[in-house]
Write a protein that binds this ligand. Structure first.
Ligand code: FMN
Length: 649
């Protein structure tokens, strides 16, 4: 058979190990770390899912090599802790039994120890050790590692790698990027030592070289060592790509795979984990440049989720391997779908940062578009219902579609009714905003998947009580969503006003000067887009801060975009009336102002369609209400509730 993406699907040998394709699952932090700092069962199931989905290798994230100088609550692999080796062994097994290569990331955070702690106060009790003494941006003191301590850490890397091999891991990844300890040694921004570990680049790479030698001694020749580094630190005082190339050259003889990431966790989070405002594959150029100077295979990473783009990267020799983190949360079956020429079925990552925000705030794992994430132990296969029945789903938004797909997979006969002529619900509105296009695509892909599993889709079909009763269904899932909130502000229903949800239909009407009324997430994102289109944008918000509904990872990046795009912001301003010249607002001191703009975008939120829900609530024996019609919320809520409503039938 002919594979659509032959280069992406081609096996590769690294060291003595054969990998089944070029799509690797990049490290993603474990969340259920036991009190003994070993891998919990939920994390094992999380990594296993990626192996099942067809990734060539799955890297278990950050195993801390030297807890004595790190102290954060992360995985440790040692022989002193009862169950430590066995838990790692079970995890390696879980990955290997699906044909993926199990790898583990060996790490030390150095001066940033404790970054991942959800309980921020605990950080204060940790010892923060770095190449050089100093004070961190958050005010914590950093102590300089002595040469004896360095020797201990170097030995610990080897010890840990040896144990990982014993546990069944077939590769190790050394974390030398993103601002952690090895990166700190490499970078003259962090490293001010005057001994053999500081000064010239030859000295600054010494720690990395010793670490790699220690690991090689423990694992032997042919056992692949992957070195993750930032091709450039991407901030002014950090090292640049030229130095990144030199670092790669100085390390390549000791490694089997160079994994080129970008930036640092602390500065440029949105580039290390490329945000939705940045093009896909924005960091590929770093790997491509380094690849020109080395012989060992090179991997690239950062915002990759499109098979065609990844195929091109490999076909044109920019990299030998593509690594993905978030794309494999969104769709753990992405590699399998690529292998099977089913690329159109891939659910793409939205780069919304729900995953990283949840991890930081609640120490749990979640993905907006994949209801299995964080729930892997509850079962990852949809099983057939014992009594198949007739199900009607009212509403073709993301929640309704997820419910319909899941119910059909369970063997139910499913009819999905959508009142408009197109599926996608509120996501339809995202098609005109390029950085949110994947949200629109989500609706399209779910629609295709629903059809593929036999859901009967009826467009232009509003669901009434009579309609449901006539269909005589056993189960009804109400997913009728929400409608825009357009309060009784004089002029707000005028011709110069466009409701944000309808922007995609009326965008040609937008003039050069725009007031966006409502600075929540939707308003902020619309404002950024309009400013990117060259409009003079004025953003009005009644609360004292913008985007209070955005998650903690997305919000700072969003605010930065608002600043970067020179949007005029008015917080604490309440709209009183809309005129031809703009919106008259009152500030917190009671003073009135005209905010100028000949077009007004109304982004004042959504209201649940409760009247429709109440009308339908007694139309079937089993009735579930999901998503925005319960209360306006997120895509995550809609997808999770849709999936579970179908399982609960
Ligand atoms: C939920 C989550 C957890 C992560 N945890 C780690 C980690 O423990 N160690 C690490 O080196 N990188 C970690 N990363 C970074 C990824 O490995 C990757 O470098 C980054 O997300 C960019 O790739 P992507 O655009 O494919 O997501 C994490 C990323 C995510 C989304």
């Amino acid at each position: 058979m002919q594979r659509k993406y032959p280069n992406l699907c081609k096996p590769i040998k690294i060291g003595n190990v054969n990998f089944r394709n070029r799509m690797f699952s990049a490290p993603m932090g474990g969340t259920d770390i036991t009190a003994d700092c070993t891998i919990g069962r939920a994390s094992t199931a999380f990594y296993e899912l990626r192996a099942k989905g067809g990734a060539a290798s799955v890297t278990v994230s950050e195993c801390v090599v030297h807890p004595e100088t790190e102290g954060s609550h992360m995985y440790h692999l040692d022989l002193q802790t009862v169950g430590s080796l066995s838990s790692f062994t079970y995890t390696a097994d879980a990955i290997r039994r699906h044909g993926a290569i199990a790898s583990v990331e060996l790490s030390h955070s150095g001066q940033f120890a404790g970054t991942y702690l959800t309980d921020r106060d605990k950080k204060r009790g940790l010892a923060q050790w770095g190449p050089s003494a100093g004070v961190r941006p958050d005010g914590l003191e950093v102590k300089e590692l002595t040469e004896e301590m360095i020797a201990e850490i170097v030995a610990a890397y080897g010890n840990c790698a040896g144990l990982a091999k014993r546990a069944g891991f077939e590769m190790v990844m050394v974390h030398g990027g993103h601002g952690w300890l090895i990166n700190q040694f490499l970078s003259s921004y962090f490293n001010h030592r005057t001994d053999k570990y500081g000064g010239c680049l030859g000295n600054r790479v010494r720690f990395a070289q010793e670490v790699l030698d220690s690991i090689r001694k423990a694992v032997g020749v042919g056992f692949p060592i992957e070195f993750r580094m930032s091709g450039s630190e991407l901030f002014e005082e950090g090292y640049n790509l030229d130095e990144g190339v030199e670092i790669a050259k100085l390390l390549e003889s000791r490694v089997d795979l160079l994994h080129i990431s970008a930036g640092t966790y602390q500065r440029g989070f949105g580039i290390t984990h490329p945000s939705m405002f940045i093009p896909h594959g924005c960091n590929v150029y770093l790997a491509a440049e380094i690849k020109k100077h080395v012989i060992v295979p090179v991997a690239t990473i950062g915002g990759l989720n499109d098979p065609a783009q990844m195929e091109e990267i490999i076909a044109t020799g920019k990299a030998d391997i593509v690594e993905m983190a978030r794309a494999l949360l969104a769709d753990h079956e992405l590699p399998r779908k690529v292998m099977m020429n089913r690329n159109e079925d891939i659910i793409k990552c939205l780069r919304c940062f729900t995953c990283m925000a949840e991890r930081a705030v609640t120490s749990t794992r979640r993905c907006t578009v994949n209801p299995l994430i964080g729930r892997e132990l509850d079962g990852t296969v949809v099983t057939l219902a014992s009594h198949p029945c007739k199900v009607l789903v009212a509403g073709g938004g993301p929640g309704g579609l997820e419910a319909a797909i899941t119910a059909a997979k369970r063997g139910h006969k499913v009819i999905l009714c959508e009142k408009s002529d197109q599926l996608g619900g509120i996501l339809k509105g995202e098609q005109a905003i390029p950085f949110k296009y994947e949200m629109y695509e989500l609706g399209v892909t779910l629609g295709n998947l629903a059809e593929a599993v036999g859901v009967e889709i009826r467009l232009n079909t509003p669901v009434t009580k009579e309609y449901v009763e006539k269909e005589n269904v056993d189960a009804l899932i109400i997913a009728v969503g929400s409608e825009p909130l357009v309060p009784n502000i004089p002029g707000l229903k005028g011709d110069n006003v466009i409701v944000v949800n309808n922007y995609y239909l009326e965008k040609d009407k937008v003039s050069d000067q725009v007031v966006v009324l409502g600075g929540g997430l939707a308003g902020c994102e619309a404002a950024i887009h309009l400013a990117q289109e060259g409009k003079d944008v004025h953003l009005v918000e009644m609360k004292t801060e913008l985007a209070s509904d955005a998650n903690i990872r997305h919000r700072p990046i969003l605010l930065n975009e608002i600043e970067k795009n020179k949007i005029h912001v008015y917080t604490g301003y309440k709209g009183l009336r809309v005129t031809e010249k703009g919106v008259v607002c009152v500030d917190t001191a009671g003073e009135e102002h005209l905010i100028p703009g000949t077009t007004v975008i109304c982004a004042l939120g959504q209201r649940a369609r409760r009247d429709m829900v109440e009308n339908l609530i007694d139309c079937a024996l089993y009735v579930a209400q999901i998503g925005d019609c319960v209360s306006p919320s997120t895509i995550t809520t809609a997808i999770y509730q849709g999936y579970h409503a179908a399982l609960d039938i």
